[in-house]
Design a protein around this ligand. Structure first.
Ligand SMILES: *[C@@H]1O[C@H](CO)[C@@H](O)[C@H](O)[C@H]1NC(C)=O
Ligand SMILES: *[C@@H]1O[C@H](CO)[C@@H](O)[C@H](O)[C@H]1NC(C)=O
Ligand SMILES: *[C@@H]1O[C@H](CO)[C@@H](O)[C@H](O)[C@H]1NC(C)=O
Length: 159
């Protein structure tokens, strides 16, 4: 069975500045700096942020399950402002998901405002149908809000 959940987050920053963060390693710096107890800690295993980059997310202490998830960046479209990452090991895959893909699309609203559309697409054996209850957009929404805040408050970059 397939499923899809999505959330739109409006942020007070231009689409270009938001895309600059989401499309590069900066997004991991934002996670590691502001959200280690919410999303976890991201380590780049291989790559520089382009397609093929391999990351390992260590979930916050106390998270049930194997405690980490390896993901690969499968799309970075600078024209359409679309990025996709695919889980390949641990996390949702260890729980039994066959496919777990997160997509971020940055949509321009006006010069000072944009929409971050975060979508999670998954595939699951029907025997594990009850696992759909663990899929939600809370964390991707938190990330979108945090990137928006990071850009609008002009916090000096921690790197
Ligand atoms: C990913 O992180 C987990 C937990 O921190 C660790 O056990 C595992 O060895 C890491 N894998 C890679 C490829 O870094
Ligand atoms: C841009 O859009 C935001 C959100 O809808 C709005 O608050 C703001 O006034 C708009 N700015 C301009 C210059 O139109
Ligand atoms: C799904 O069902 C299995 C077997 O009935 C149970 O062990 C598991 O805890 C359930 N998982 C969720 C997320 O509800």
């Amino acid at each position: 069975m397939h499923g899809l959940v999505a959330v739109n987050t409006v942020v007070a920053a231009s689409a270009c500045s938001v895309w600059d963060v989401y499309s590069t390693l900066q997004v991991f710096t934002v996670i590691n700096t502001f959200l280690p107890n919410v999303l976890g800690t991201v380590k780049v295993v291989e790559g520089d942020g382009h397609v093929g980059t391999l990351i390992n997310v260590t979930f916050p202490p106390g998270t049930p399950g194997v405690g980490y998830m390896k993901e690969i960046i499968t799309k970075v479209d600078n024209m359409k402002h679309v990025k996709e990452t695919k889980a390949i090991e641990g996390g949702f895959i260890a729980q039994g998901f066959k496919r777990y893909i997160t997509q971020y699309k940055i949509i321009e609203k006006n010069f000072t405002s944009s929409i971050i559309r975060s979508t999670i697409e998954y595939e699951l054996d029907h025997k594990l149908a009850n696992l759909t209850s663990v899929v939600n957009t809370k964390l991707v929404q938190k990330l979108a809000e945090t990137v928006g805040k990071y850009l609008t408050e002009k916090t000096p970059p921690p790197y």
